[in-house]
Design a protein around this ligand. Structure first.
Ligand code: FES
Ligand SMILES: [Fe+2]
Length: 445
């Protein structure tokens, strides 16, 4: 079934002239299947962070769409991403989450692969294969495109896709607010402890679009604000920047990415949220001053959340993390969250943040639970044959996009649904495109 918005068998899936999106997009299994080919097999997907595999032989088993993949560092120190499937009969060659190994030995018949993917061991090579198997042809399948952006590892199954940096485009400015160290130095993040994984009974796009810039759902988090789970005991966050900066939603039209950030036009003195923890307070005060010194007026961009199309989202303020919404069915998502800290931060800082991150995010995190509740119930209430007849409303702020804020992308101050419209516009282009050539000139079709 080809999905041509406005002409497909399922009707107007993404109708941007009306600002509506069909519920089929969130519940229909054949649309879900088509997404695997049209979206996930073509996009740059976040796989992991280099700090997870610092030494030769280190590996981390990740996921790209529905595919299990191994991110590993070979003996020469080079990072690879392989499909986690044996070339003999398809067995998963690595069944652990992470570790260190010299070879990946398949548990079924024992073929073994080196950390650079080469097939190096075949049981009964002489007796059974008569030495006639060409091992050089049967190594692990490696992604054709791999990129390391400030320590984050991304991969793409489509050799014709543009480079990661051109794919990210203007989104780099916003993604950097999560990946750069708090003192403004490039990169400098590391993953704190193991990652968290859990299942959400809803479509992956609920989470992806929410993180692309849903500035409208604060009511959902009212209770955590009242409890005051932030380090200061006030609200759920670590700073009062909402009082000193204004909110901006940024859409990156050519990529389908979206970010929600704060823009602080004036020079505002540091305001502490860690008054109960002097070492942490001192660390962030120092970072704040250092960042201003390094970045000048660019320090006015305070990241909040964002989604790199299709399914990698970030939180740029504390709690700072990357989440991937792995598709596992039309109404099933496996969420993974990587917590980030500054590599050079004192242990006391990492420890306080570790506790805060767990209070906030992940399956037991109070804020994350608020969001999941919404997506779960929305999914359940959208799957019936009657409910499916009625599209969702994405009309907020239509025709009022844009501003003169001096930052890249299409920026609209305060609350709007431009980012979500942008996300689904790009989604529809992927669903419609035959190849990357079409995706680079979607309007020429
Ligand atoms: S399936 Fe891996 S060795 Fe047979
Ligand atoms: Fe939320």
């Amino acid at each position: 079934m080809a999905i041509h918005p406005g002409t497909s068998a399922t009707g107007n899936l993404v109708d941007l002239s009306q600002g509506t999106i069909s519920r089929e997009v969130f519940v229909n299994s054949s649309i879900y299947q088509q997404e695997q080919e049209q979206v996930f097999a073509r996009s740059w997907l976040f796989v992991g962070h280099e700090s997870q595999i610092p030494s030769p032989g280190d590996y981390f088993v990740s996921s790209m769409g529905e595919e299990s993949v191994i991110m590993c560092r070979d003996r020469q120190g080079q990072i690879h991403v392989f499909l986690n499937t044996c070339m003999h009969r398809g067995m998963k060659v690595c069944r652990y989450d992470e570790g260190n190994t010299a070879v990946f030995t398949c548990p079924y018949h024992g073929w073994s692969y080196a950390t650079d993917g080469q097939l190096v061991g075949v049981p009964y090579f002489k007796e059974a294969y008569r030495e006639q198997l060409d091992k050089s042809q049967w190594g692990l399948i490696e992604v054709p495109q791999l990129a390391n952006y400030k320590g984050t590892i991304w991969a793409n199954w489509d050799a014709s896709a543009p480079s990661l940096t051109s794919y990210l485009g203007d989104m780099k400015t916003y993604l950097d607010t999560a990946l750069d160290a708090r003192d403004g130095s490039e990169g400098g993040a590391e993953v704190l402890m193991g990652i968290q994984k859990w299942i959400i009974p809803s479509n992956w796009k609920f989470a992806a679009e929410n993180f692309s810039g849903d500035a409208y759902h604060n009511i959902s988090h009212r209770s955590v604000d009242m409890v005051g789970i932030g380090p200061s005991g006030r609200n759920r966050r670590d700073t009062d920047e909402r009082d000193t900066a204004f909110r901006i939603c940024t859409a990156v039209p050519e990529g389908g990415h979206g970010a929600l950030s704060y823009w602080q036009a004036e020079d505002i003195p540091y305001s502490s949220s860690y008054q109960n923890h002097p070492i942490v307070d001192e660390y962030f005060r120092h970072c704040y001053e250092e960042r201003k010194r390094r970045m000048g007026k660019d320090a006015g961009l305070l990241g909040s959340v964002g989604t790199v199309f299709p399914n990698a989202s970030y939180l740029a303020r504390q709690p700072r993390s990357i989440a991937v919404w792995h598709p596992r069915g039309a109404m099933k998502t496996e969420a993974w969250r990587w917590f980030l800290v500054d590599k050079g931060a004192p242990n006391e800082v990492k420890e306080i943040l570790r506790h805060y991150y767990m209070r906030y995010s992940g399956p037991a995190g109070m804020t994350e639970q608020d969001d999941m509740e919404n997506w779960n119930y929305a999914s359940a209430a959208s799957k019936g044959v009657i409910a499916r007849r009625y599209p969702y409303n994405y009309q907020m702020g239509m025709g009022h996009e844009g501003s003169d804020v001096p930052l890249p992308g299409l920026i609209t101050p305060n609350i709007t649904e431009q980012n979500q419209r942008n996300f689904y516009k790009r989604w529809a282009e992927y669903m419609d495109a035959d190849n990357w050539e079409d995706l680079l000139t979607p309007h020429g079709k």
